[in-house]
Design a protein around this ligand. Sequence first.
Ligand code: PAF
Length: 277
Amino acid sequence: MQVIQSIKELEKFRSSFGKHEQLGLVPTMGALHAGHISLVEKARQNTDQAMVSIFVNPLQFNDSKDFDKYPKQTEQDLKLLEKAGCDIVFVPDAKEVYKEQPLVSFQFGYLEHLMEGYYRPGHFNGVAIVVSKLLNIIKPHKAYFGEKDLQQLRVIQYLVRDLSMDVEIIPVPTVRESDGLAMSSRNMRLTADQRQRAVVLHQSLMKAKALLGKMPHAGIEQLIKKDLSSEKLEYFSIVQKMSLEKCSNPLQDKEVALCIAAFIDEIRLIDNIIVSS
Ligand code: PAF
């Protein structure tokens, strides 16, 4: 497995890359877990070489304490990637990625006012800047993103569509622990007690799923909000799968996404499930 730290080295690698070969990119912020590994496996299955980038992007943290506490374990990540059969890892530092403070900024219209967009102002701008940079520098044929961050996935799909970027975005399903908790780098920060409580996000999604079609969406949302009163719930929303807007006519929406964000003490977790009727 080749480890590259500078953009110069990366450009060298890219210019020697076979003309008829496909490069798959898995962008990450490190602290890797089985969810990331499933992205790497997917990239290995349908491209010739799988590259992972590890970069904790300061620009996408709207809370500096959250950035400081974000788990960093590059040595362990590299071992995991080697074992997973990853071909190349790009591990730049902040000075390499942000030689200059970006002047450009991105706005994602109505998505800025929904769910993550509402609760994390500026977050998608930071994500879009770093993802654009990675796609422009690495020029992968395909890039892999987890459905756990569903709104991020949509933002990236719209970014690529609206700027006619020459890359295929491949969504990969969420990987879960045996009790249903969605894998996340933030789970590493949970104490044993918090870890037990964290499963409430998945339980709420499953409860809401069972109620779909039996009562109005607003009623389901109210019920889940009441259930979660002991945790700090930010949102629980039933939305259209693609646009992520509220379902105006639930009977017409064949595929909906149930999305949730809540704090387990100071640790913010998100999750979602997609339901087809
Ligand atoms: O999902 C993540 O880990 C990050 O938001 C991403 C896409 C790597 C951009 O920093």
